[in-house]
Design a binder for this molecule. Sequence first.
Ligand SMILES: Nc1ncnc2c1ncn2[C@@H]1O[C@H](COP(=O)(O)OP(=O)(O)OP(=O)(O)O)[C@@H](O)[C@H]1O
Ligand SMILES: [K+]
Ligand SMILES: [Mg+2]
Length: 694
Amino acid sequence: MNLANTLAAFPLAVRKFNPRLLVHSPVMFTVFIGSLVCTLVSIQQLVQGSPVAVFSALVTVWLWLTVLFGNLSEAIAEGRGKAQADSLRAARTSVMARRRLAGPGGPGTFTEELVPGTELAVGDIVVCEAGDLIPSDGDVIEGLASVDESAITGESAPVIRESGGDRSSVTGGTMVLSDKIAVRITAASGKTFLDRMIALVEGSTRQRTPNEIALNVLLASLTIVFVVCVMALAPMANFANALPTPVVLVALLVCLIPTTIGALVPAIGIAGMDRLIQRNVLATSGRAVETAGDITTLLLDKTGTITYGNRRAVEFGPADGVAPFRLIAAARLSSLADETPEGRSIVDLALEQGDGQPAQAPEELSADVEVIEFSAVTRMSGLNLPPGYPANPGTRVLEVRKGAAAAVERYALERGGFVPQELEEKVLEISATGGTPLLVATFDGTRAQVLGVIHLADVVKPGMKERVAQLRAMGIRTVMITGDNKITAGAIAGEAGVDDFVAEATPEDKLAVIKREQEAGRLVAMTGDGTNDAPALAAADVGVAMNSGTSAAKEAANMVDLDSDPTKLIDVVGIGKQLLITRGSLTTFSVANDVAKYFAIVPALFAATFPGLGLLNIMGLHSPESAILSAVIFNAIIIVLLVPLALRGVKYRAVSAAKALSRNLLIYGLGGVIAPFIGIKLLDLVVALIPTIA
Ligand SMILES: Nc1ncnc2c1ncn2[C@@H]1O[C@H](COP(=O)(O)OP(=O)(O)OP(=O)(O)O)[C@@H](O)[C@H]1O
Ligand SMILES: [K+]
Ligand SMILES: [Mg+2]
């Protein structure tokens, strides 16, 4: 919080003097009403030339300042996102898009038209080439490109976006650096990722969280209690012929109700979201941020989350007695129509290793070939070929499949085949290194033959082990959950240092694991990137999608990590805990502060009337009026003084939440009790210099 930000926030703070906005905070609304009452009373007193008119006017001014400071704290918090929002807006410049239309030559032919990006509808297909800004969010349906996403991630290294796999989503406003892709638009104009991001950093879509609402209910109840207390004082004061005016009663009330926390609650929430954005995490739900503070289990997807996810074929391992070229040809054939990165990498490797021989299958698959697409449930992909298909002269091949070892083994067994011993061993070998083995099989109508194995290699993201250990220290159990086989999963789990893993999981299994953890009363976070993770991401208490992932995953999650770092949850948890602790600490301070204020000024108020109370006036405050005015000023100023703390957050260390809370309650409770005595005494010394406050 610097002076420039504070000044910049003033106009917004003034605009917030709107009863319809203020009513969201019962405490500040009460101050607002009190200020109105005091204004009327002061005017009347001034007109009548009452001796207490100056006192009343001064109190009234400080009451209005109390409301202003409350507005200001919120405005400052909101203003911090403004610069970022402006730079994001710059990325949202409207671009012309090349929309693809069906061509005159029938299916498979296209023409293009140029349309403004804002006119694109969901489902439109656009073509982007090197140098083009991608006009809106979408999924790559054809091709592969390197994309500069720095406009949204701030990360200058280009990323690969390609059709078919879990790295298929592109974001409007990012730039294609090389190659050409076709993109199916998934977001309507005005509803893109960038639009949501701008709304988020500006705080304009902020919704109050259940915790915030609960706190407001508590504060409202306290306010009512104090209203009753002050009303009870009124007849007593009349009787004692002291405390003459409604201004004094309002001042007393405002000092007693929890204005400090009431004023700071929005700023604390906004600042928490802001801290997440600073760490490149976009949260669409404030509730998820708070929940993150109490997470005890983290589920991580393997491919694309723990690993980079660009699984590539690195080796073909034929079975004994199978000529390498037969395996290579079959692997290639099985992948010709496989649009996944794995499938394409197999075609690439086959071309590279195919002895320079021309491929045995024509590039264009004829219409009577049936494509069996990969699914996370079947774990296989391949083709069904018509009899006499030219792919394999001399051999009769009706079906070709590749897939997870267990899936292909089942497939082969059902068709009278088996997995030779040496292939079983190769599968284990590849798995033990953390690689993914795919078996390749053909079926000639009578018997299936397993020809060999393809080794898919993937790389674990760096620093996983250390970060997982950090999560463990925070009391969070990490579980990797993957569609891959047990041994590969075990190897990667070991390399990443996670506490546990679940292998051969279908999307339903991923969801079931979440449900089971939740039923055991645990709060679960899930990080994932794939469409197969989407149901689990949606069900988790905190769902963090990798920005590299699919639109479905990003849509389902309540947070997106722009850096695609699965261990970002450490930061998210820290921020969530800090948010809760900050709110708790400042609430404690505020309430302690209010009670202490009471003891600081009440003896001074009644000292003249009840001499016995004078003895309690250990503060030696100048006069009842100066005591009240000092208390009101202190009450307003403390808000401003605590704004930096509300924005920065109370220091959070990786100790258990309960320990941190009790420690903070002590510090902020004691601080809250002591501060008013010192502050009010100092202010009283100054206020006593005002001539009419005798
Ligand atoms: N294109 C493909 N063709 C055939 N089989 C595949 C293909 N891609 C993956 N497989 C096999 O199917 C298994 C399950 O894939 P799935 O996408 O469900 O999970 P995953 O990518 O291995 O792991 P994660 O769920 O951690 O991302 C893979 O482990 C692999 O053995
Ligand atoms: K107060
Ligand atoms: Mg994945």
